[in-house]
Design a protein. Structure first.
Ligand code: ADP
Ligand code: MG
Ligand code: MG
Length: 486
């Protein structure tokens, strides 16, 4: 067990911990680390604190800076993949045959390509997630878990958690540790990307449309970024797929209007899971309306439906696995071996399950040592991956059929566990053995061929009990945290 800077006698002092927990919850509320409740997800009459750790968690300084420094390279990589239709076509060829959701996204992407449209302004907001694999010599290596290219969340709340941990540490008598909690402001970083794209779109009236889910528990996370935009006098509206389907149309210049408002940017905070798309309404809307010309899923000059499919596909687990093949990164960064090295250094082992001898080898390897791997389908949002005995169960069922191509296999990253308390509404307090995942936000804007903005937009540490193999904050497993650099 690694020390998290908090001595075990403090962690075991029940009276002190009880006091600190009260202080911590109030501090979260005072600092706006908020979430709506499960019971009333669409009302702010009663709200609670977003789940978080009592103490910050240790992150080695060099690895933390490595993660931040590689982010602008990842931004460029996502952009390059999104523009490279032949790579996407090749990389996803097997997956789309057996995975309906990815197949549907891909069909729309193909349709759009056939139209020969390209956008002059492209905005990308992503979050690359890592765990620190512990080496035998006690050091840790930064390993990417995945990159989220759509609806990457918690940048808003993560901008407000540092003050909570600073306060808790002071009350716990750890002033020096408190001073070491880093500032973090992904809200401003993400808003900077959005406002740059909005400026380039060039209409004061035009709004940023947040495409949101029906259940909006995490609205405060959105609001922080929204408010950054309002501060810059950029109007924001929030709508669901249904609203866009009902009232959206394109004018003769292919500008998108929703509820009569001109839309400069569609910011996807939804649309990453198959269940987000109802058959008649959304898939229908995207394909049919296009034919009737009432609304298309793309129009010039904005980050919208069109661009969404490109980046969403670029962020699939299958693409991640294909990028790890020898020579692939070199194709995207010719003449930049240092960039290739920096990105590749963050890759864990990733293995294809396509039909053929390579995929057969992957199956045999996974069945022999299931605890060393994670089996991943093409899904987002946590709770979809398979571990240990489940890997064997599923692989035994699909190993002879093309269905196995819906998955990829990945080395299981083994971070060093740390003791901490996870504070979540309705969950009894107990000392947990915890694992952390570091996310780094990226924002970029491309105008024609020029990258006019490419930045690391802040970080997010999430921590979960080691009883759970999988699952993020929204899935009810991980909680918000802050790195304490060691
Ligand atoms: P999602 O898009 O659903 O968030 P992830 O690939 O991030 O999918 O996996 C979800 C969670 O599963 C991660 O947050 C992490 O806790 C765990 N996980 C995923 N891949 C690995 C891995 N290679 N090693 C260890 N844990 C992993
Ligand atoms: Mg994801
Ligand atoms: Mg994830």
């Amino acid at each position: 067990m690694a020390a998290n800077g908090i001595p075990e006698d403090v962690l075991m002092d029940n009276d002190l911990i009880k006091d600190l927990v009260d202080v911590a919850k109030d501090s979260a509320l005072l600092n706006g680390v908020l979430m709506r409740t499960k019971e009333t997800p669409n009302s702010s009459e009663v709200v609670t604190y977003a789940p978080f750790t009592l103490f910050p968690s240790p992150v080695p300084e060099a690895t933390f800076h490595q993660a931040l420094a590689v982010q602008t390279h990842y931004n460029r990589l996502v952009d390059k993949i999104s523009q490279d239709s032949s790579f996407l076509e090749e990389a996803l060829a097997s997956t789309i045959k057996v995975d309906d959701f990815t197949g549907r996204l891909f069909n729309i992407y193909r349709h759009v390509l056939q139209e020969g449209k390209t956008q002059s302004i492209v905005l990308g907001l992503n979050r690359s997630d890592y765990m620190l694999d512990q080496n035998e010599d006690g050091s840790a290596s930064l390993k990417q878990i995945e990159i989220n290219t759509i609806a990457a969340s918690f940048g808003g709340l993560a901008s407000h958690t540092p003050n909570v941990h600073r306060h808790i540490l002071k009350v716990a008598g750890r002033l020096e540790d408190s001073k070491r909690i880093l500032d973090n402001n992904p809200s401003a970083g993400l808003a900077k990307g959005l406002s740059k794209a909005w400026d380039l779109y060039g209409s004061e009236r035009a709004v940023v449309l947040y495409l949101v889910e029906e259940l909006q528990r995490n609205i405060f996370d959105h609001r922080y970024v929204e408010n950054e935009l309002w501060k810059r006098n950029i109007p924001v509206i929030r709508r669901q797929f249904e609203d866009v389907a009902k009232t959206g149309f394109l004018d003769q210049d292919k500008r998108l209007f929703v509820d009569g408002r001109e839309v400069a940017i569609v910011y996807f905070r939804n649309g990453y899971m198959p269940q987000n798309y109802t058959e008649q309404l959304c898939w229908g809307c995207k394909i049919c309306h296009r034919e009737t010309d009432a609304i298309t899923y793309y129009h010039d000059n904005v980050y919208d439906f069109f661009f969404f499919f490109f980046t969403h596909l670029a962020g699939t687990k299958k693409v991640q696995q294909e990028l790890a093949r020898p020579g692939v990164l070199e194709r995207f960064f010719p003449g930049e071996p240092d960039v290739v090295d920096k990105i590749r250094a963050t890759f864990a082992g990733l293995y294809t399950l396509d039909m053929g001898p390579e995929g057969d080898k992957t199956v045999a390897m996974a069945l022999a040592k299931p605890d060393k791997f994670v089996l991943k389908p093409q899904r987002e949002g946590g709770g979809n991956n398979l571990y240990g005995a489940e890997i064997c169960q599923v692989l035994e069922g699909v190993k002879q059929s093309t269905e196995r191509m819906a998955y990829i296999l990945m080395d299981k990253v083994q971070p060093r566990p740390v003791h901490n308390y996870l504070l979540r509404l309705g969950t009894p307090l107990k000392l947990s053995t915890c694992l952390s995942e570091l996310g780094v936000f990226g924002a970029y804007v491309r105008h024609g061929q020029d990258m006019v903005l490419n930045e690391c937009a802040g970080h997010l540490l999430r921590t979960k009990s080691d009883e759970h193999s999988d699952g993020g904050v929204a899935a009810g497993v991980a909680v918000l945290d802050n790195p304490l650099l060691v």
